[in-house]
Design a protein around this ligand. Structure first.
Ligand code: HEM
Length: 140
């Protein structure tokens, strides 16, 4: 019985150690299933938006959702690898300005609100995305 208890304790320790390897932000976003659900809604909202929706006509929504999920998963410290196009290359032909970038941030915030993602988690994710404006905004 004692040996059994030691085994259980060892197993629990291993399980918590494995969990601790992924970052808090990744966990707060609901890990890969939560991020996939968030990105699914985010892409649907961007496509439905009157000001920027048309930009997404050429890209398959399922592909974009998958790329964004991998990217946010990796960025938040999860066990994923983003293998899509570089940010500069995938956005330079779109002629994106600051207002459009800010609109996308607002749409992401609305998608996070809809999933009741806490404000502090939202801010942590947005802080990681903000520096990407340098590669994405090409129109002053
Ligand atoms: C931090 C902000 C952003 C991130 C992290 C991001 C991320 C991505 C990713 C991962 C892709 C797929 C790349 C691939 O083809 O493999 C993509 C494509 C795309 N993004 Fe963004 N994006 C951002 C901002 C924006 C903004 C502001 C717009 C427009 C207002 C936009 C419009 C698009 C469009 C239209 C595509 C598809 C391009 C094509 O047809 O190939 N993105 N983005």
């Amino acid at each position: 019985m004692k040996t059994f208890a030691i085994w259980i304790a060892a197993l629990l320790l291993c399980a918590s150690a494995a969990h601790a390897q992924t970052a808090p932000l990744y966990q707060a976003l609901g890990e890969k299933p939560g991020i996939a659900a968030l990105m699914g809604d985010f892409v649907d909202r961007m496509k439905a938006n009157a000001r920027i929706g048309k930009l997404f006509d050429e890209i398959k929504p399922a592909y974009l959702k998958e790329q964004l999920t991998d990217q946010i998963c990796e960025l938040s410290g999860g066990p994923c690898k983003y293998e899509g196009e570089e940010m500069k290359k995938s956005h330079e032909k779109l002629g994106i300005d600051k207002a459009q970038f800010n609109l996308v941030v607002e749409i992401l915030q609305a998608a996070m609100d809809a999933r009741a993602i806490p404000f502090s988690t939202q801010n942590q994710l947005l802080a990681k995305l903000a520096p990407m404006h340098r590669e994405i905004i090409t129109v002053p």
